[in-house]
Design a protein. Structure first.
Ligand SMILES: NC(=O)c1ccc[n+]([C@@H]2O[C@H](COP(=O)([O-])OP(=O)(O)OC[C@H]3O[C@@H](n4cnc5c(N)ncnc54)[C@H](OP(=O)(O)O)[C@@H]3O)[C@@H](O)[C@H]2O)c1
Length: 239
């Protein structure tokens, strides 16, 4: 049994890789990142794979190698995403929107995960499996009362739409695989750090907590109701 975590140097990605390792001790956990991922002690069934997760050729090439070796993945989680970095800050008002920032949000939050969804379709077993992308509640079109954060919201909403669209095709081509868009809650990481001031302490989760919640959630899924848009409490979020 194999598990794949993409973006494993991030706070949530790293915690999910470790939690997968605990929950499925018989599995090999492939932790993919642009950087080498630290583990608790060099376990043989924890494999750190360093590749440019944004580069379609690199992604397709590595997955083709996996396929050649008859590898399949029972659980896949793509955790990559940005809210702010050297290039973007979440927009507060219309005047803050720039084409460059929108493109950057979409490149990392939308296009990157979909490259993996695309190239993974032939790599799932003929028993129940899951493919999760880290989405966000603010990507819900229906639930958008606050506004702002144009690029982040829109890139997560687009990711949800692409996953929902892929689920139609997965039903034919990977029919045992549940697709999940997961909202982890507000989690203590460098991504949320500038926005934690108004978050009540009990609502600021550790990466370990949300990783445990996700791993419990994927174990309960049934493919009949795929795709899912769920929060950390296993509650559905309106698309
Ligand atoms: N923290 C929260 O409160 C919160 C709330 C809702 C949703 N989320 C979502 O949860 C996911 C993980 O967030 P986090 O809090 O763990 O953030 P984080 O610690 O900043 O991790 C960010 C992840 O995104 C990847 N990444 C960042 N910039 C990238 C770039 N330019 N190119 C390719 N990959 C890039 C990193 O992958 P590498 O391993 O390759 O470096 C890393 O795995 C994100 O999708 C985020 O939108 C988080």
């Amino acid at each position: 049994m194999n598990v794949l975590v993409i973006g494993s140097s991030g706070a949530i990605g790293n915690a999910i890789a470790r939690q997968m390792y605990k929950a499925f001790p018989q599995a090999t956990v492939y932790a993919v990142s642009r950087k080498a991922t630290e583990t608790d002690g060099g376990q043989a069934n924890f494999k750190s794979i360093q590749l440019d997760t944004t580069d379609e050729q690199a992604v397709a090439g590595w997955l083709a190698e996996c396929k050649q070796q008859d590898m399949q993945f029972h659980h896949v989680v793509c955790t990559t995403g940005i809210l702010h970095d050297g290039e973007v800050q979440p927009e507060k008002r219309l005047e803050d929107i720039t084409p460059e920032a929108l493109q950057h949000y979409f490149a990392i939050n939308t296009v990157l995960p979909m490259l993996w969804v695309k190239h993974l379709v032939g790599l799932f077993p003929s028993e129940h499996s899951t493919l999760t992308v880290l989405s966000a509640r603010v990507g819900s079109i229906e639930d958008n009362g606050l506004g702002g954060w144009y690029g982040y919201r829109a890139s997560k909403a687009a990711l949800n739409m692409l996953v929902k669209t892929a689920a139609v095709e997965y039903k034919r081509r990977a029919k045992h695989t549940s697709l999940i868009c997961y909202h982890p809650g507000t989690v203590d990481s460098q991504l949320s750090e500038p926005f934690q001031r108004n978050v009540k302490p009990e609502k600021l989760f550790t990466p370990e907590f949300t990783a445990q919640q996700l791993v419990a959630i994927i174990q309960q899924r049934k493919v009949d109701h795929s795709p899912y848009f769920l929060d950390w409490d296993n509650k559905p979020i309106p698309w």
